[in-house]
Design a protein around this ligand. Structure first.
Ligand code: PMP
Length: 434
């Protein structure tokens, strides 16, 4: 990686050519050269624990993926209008992870954004309605349509004022700091949502699509309170709409006990979107739904993506799923996630800055607050903690609209030793601040 050049020189080159709108971690980022499992190594040989990489689920540099990719690339890589077995194999394998009989149509694309965009198009065609309801503080992608339903102000500070007229935003169902709290929060948020769905229908814009994550990923792994999704799904369907579960971030086994986030809510969506984990860093996304929903697009021609479902992508997709299950990474996410969660709860007892530990499995969020009663977001402190953790050898980043939640979503091969290292480093960083 340009050995001999300084980090500053390579960063300046980047700033001149690679548009800065795409951002980078840290003002003064380490120059990363290689990765192994949950570890990153910079050009000076310094190691970092990667706490934020929920794409490379098998761990950096997994040899099985490298081998499968190399072999397939040398044999054949072409588009899914040709006939080869990998595309059927991946589709079948994906359907096997979902509730039996509920889904029968897989569409393969290249990213989460593409999956969301296609899901919105399918739902609009099937429901015959352009209006979409989504949830505040969420992110679904960067394309025209996926961005339109992305409401998170951490990604776009003006998201609240700039949504197109076909987008209708519901409150974020957050039982920790939202309008409704505690055990009845799910039912209370659902009541609000159902009342707004009624208002939109009455004013001539009935909702055709409801899209939400089954856990508030961008907000920091915050639970969608029990009862909410079931009630909102029912209301949307009763009004003639379809429901999309965006599993790009919180699905694919990362939560440990459930493979898909919607399972936790005992609901079954009409359309599921997925990406990130599927390719372990290779660009793969999918929309999974029922044939009758896809048929609604029939008068708009066929759906085709040059690289979506390519021989290479499909083969990598099958390999990633094989390794994920053979190495029981969902089980590891549950076991090590529980270690991390209980360690974080123990830290919260010593450090009043920790207001809440959100999430489950290896999708956690540590929310920092200045005051346990007012829950004033400790955003500056969160940035300081991230910078200090980096000195201590941990890559950590803030998330959420208030910038006060630490992301904890490392590769799913994350070890107990790495959990202990992270907890110790966080303990040091928090102690220095207090
Ligand atoms: N949906 C969700 C819930 C996401 O978290 C993301 C990415 N952060 C996307 C969609 C978009 O995925 P991609 O970056 O692969 O386009």
């Amino acid at each position: 990686d340009d050995i001999g050049a300084t980090d500053e020189a390579t960063l300046a080159r980047r700033a001149r050519s690679y548009s800065p709108v795409q951002g980078h971690y840290f003002e003064d980022p380490p120059r990363i050269e290689r990765g192994w499992r949950e570890h990153l190594i910079d050009v000076d040989g310094r190691h970092y624990l990667d706490m934020v990489n929920n794409v490379t689920v098998l761990g950096h540099g997994h040899p099985a993926v490298a081998r499968a990719a190399e072999r397939q690339w040398r044999l054949l890589n072409t588009n899914s209008r040709f006939h080869y077995s990998a595309v059927a194999e991946l589709s079948e394998r994906l359907l096997e992870t979902l509730p039996t009989g509920a889904f029968d149509a897989v569409l393969l694309v290249n990213s989460g954004t593409e999956a969301v965009d296609l899901a919105l198009r399918l739902a609009r065609a099937f429901s015959g309605r352009p209006d979409v309801a989504c949830v505040a503080e969420s992110y679904h992608g960067w394309s025209l349509a996926a961005d339109a339903v992305s409401t998170s102000t951490s990604d776009n500070p003006r998201a609240g004022e700039t949504r197109p007229s076909w987008v209708h935003v519901l409150d974020a169902p957050n039982a920790y700091r939202g309008r409704h709290r505690g055990t009845a929060a799910g039912a209370a948020y659902a009541r609000d949502a159902i009342s707004r769905l009624g208002d939109w229908a009455a004013s001539g814009t009935p909702i055709g699509t409801f899209i939400a994550e089954p856990r508030n990923g961008n907000a920091g792994g915050i639970a969608v309170p029990p009862g909410y999704l079931g009630a909102v799904y029912d209301a949307v369907r009763a009004g003639g709409g379809v429901v999309v579960s965006d599993e790009v971030q919180v699905g694919y086994g990362r939560q440990g006990e459930v493979f898909w986030g919607f399972e936790e809510h005992a609901v079954v969506p009409d359309i599921v979107t997925m990406a990130k984990a599927m390719g372990d860093g290779h660009p793969i996304g999918a929309v999974i739904t029922r044939g009758e929903i896809v048929d609604a697009l029939a008068d708009q021609g066929t759906v085709f993506s040059s690289a979506g479902g390519s021989t290479l992508s499909a083969r990598i997709g099958v390999t990633v799923l094989d390794v994920l299950l053979e190495e029981d990474l969902p089980g590891n996410a549950r076991r090590v996630g529980e270690l991390l969660r209980s360690g974080l709860i123990a830290l919260a007892e010593q450090h009043p800055l920790i207001g809440a530990v959100h999430g489950r499995g290896l999708y956690l969020g540590v929310e920092l607050v200045r005051d346990p009663v007012t829950r004033e977001p400790a955003d500056t402190e969160t940035r300081i903690v991230c910078d200090r953790l980096r000195d201590l050898g941990v890559i950590e980043q803030p998330t959420g609209d208030r910038g006060n939640v630490l992301k904890v979503k490392p590769p799913m091969c994350f070890s107990a030793a790495s959990a202990a290292f992270f907890l110790r480093a966080l303990d040091i960083a928090l102690a220095e601040l207090e």
